[in-house]
Write a protein that binds this ligand. Sequence first.
Ligand SMILES: Cc1cc2nc3c(=O)[nH]c(=O)nc-3n(C[C@H](O)[C@H](O)[C@H](O)COP(=O)(O)OP(=O)(O)OC[C@H]3O[C@@H](n4cnc5c(N)ncnc54)[C@H](O)[C@@H]3O)c2cc1C
Length: 483
Amino acid sequence: MKKVIIIGGGIAGLAAAYRIQEEISHNGQVSCTVLEGSDRFGGKIHTIRRDGFILERGPDSFISQKPAAVELCRKLGIDGHLLGTKTDHPQTFVYLNRKMVTIPDGLSLMVPTKFMPFVTTRLFSWPGKIRMGLDLFLPRRRGNSDESLASFVRRRLGTEALERMAQPLMSGIYASDPEAMSLNASFPMFAQVEKKYRSLVLGMLAQKRKRATAPKPKSPSGYKPFSFFLTLKNGLSEIVETLIEQSPDIQFRSNAQVASMQRNGRGWRIGLKSGEELEADAVIMSTPANHTARLVEDWAPGIAARLDQIPYVSTAAVVLGFDRSRFAHPLRGFGFVVPHIENRKITACTWVSSKFPGRAPDDRVLLRAFVGGAVNEHLAEQDAETIKQQVREELRDIMGVQEEPLFCEVFQYKKGNVQYRVHHPQLVSEIEKELADYKGLYLAGSAYKGIGIPDCVKNGTENAQAALEFLGVHAELSQSGTG
Ligand SMILES: Cc1cc2nc3c(=O)[nH]c(=O)nc-3n(C[C@H](O)[C@H](O)[C@H](O)COP(=O)(O)OP(=O)(O)OC[C@H]3O[C@@H](n4cnc5c(N)ncnc54)[C@H](O)[C@@H]3O)c2cc1C
């Protein structure tokens, strides 16, 4: 019987395990163990359920446009628990010049695709709007080399679009600085749109028309199929818990930190921190790149050196619960992002109880504010009490929140958010090229080909598939679940 070991029990490692479980259910020719260093599975995904609140320490939702996470939920039989965003006040704000300005309707990933909302928005000045309009006439860039997202947005849409839209959105979504962020790794579609249509605005409009005439996908169950963001009724950990429950043939071992790894004939020997040794025919490493580097540096120094070039930055999320009857702000919207030019200590605040249903009891309000990221990392590395105080001051000043919270919790991710810097795709292809010399070894997870949960699910599943094929276990990506 062939044996696969997966190192790291985050969503990428778990998705890989589930793919192997599917194979075991069909022909049983392989065994699999997931080794997780901490005392729980899920990695960055970590839901806390308390007093009727659903608190997310890390991610709180995933995008529906990339189907892998929805597909996994369907296989696990929890697609009926998928929830879209609320529809009563679907707007998000940018905090600009001490005012909340609605992000105009029709802004498709920072590119205007509706005329009137763009013309009337207060988000951009008239010179800024005219500069954005120049995109319609500017020539396309020559060549395929990577560039920073900032350079791309500045070139096509101008500085205001960068400072008031792209920067705060990138900081809110990726905790990244667009000046350093790879366009090709993070938004390859923008590079493709420019190549094909020349103008970003015309290209996004053409894609919008194509989507409008394409047949609409049917919702498999109760969730709103066209909600951009989805979460789960019981929080994102539901995906982790159900996956483990429905993978009876996988051995899930927590508190099993891997301390060493060596080639062992045609297979691999894994040493745990406890001193225990395990053998495997194939290994999927779904640990963060800097952890993976330490495990391979003795025998693959070239790979380790490249893994060390993938940086991580620190962030903190501050979660606050309030009594609704005493909360003055109407919270009509999903929350706001804060441009760096505003010089504040928070990068964004999600009005969680207004964004998703069921995150707080009806008589309570739940907010989540974000600190740190690539532009202001040091703020997230302060002690939790200082972060708490700073966030409360910011919410008082920005939103007028004077009320005492029922609770205020700080969740810190020190060096927890991976960053795709310019030339990241090239770095990953160099790693892959070198990895080809190490048969039976696979690298999965957010460090390589997509940071979001759907990307990690896809990447984990594909690596498991590659491992099964390497082991000669007959395997085709199954469309049906095991449940
Ligand atoms: C604060 C925050 C908010 C986010 N928000 C969103 C969001 O809203 N939507 C979205 O789609 N994405 C979001 N992301 C990104 C997404 O959550 C992550 O990219 C994804 O969950 C990473 O999954 P992973 O399996 O690659 O890695 P991880 O979740 O980091 O898992 C790696 C696992 O490896 C284990 N490990 C490390 N070293 C060892 C070792 N030596 N031996 C054994 N185990 C080891 C770790 O303990 C960990 O459990 C967010 C990320 C963060 C940090």
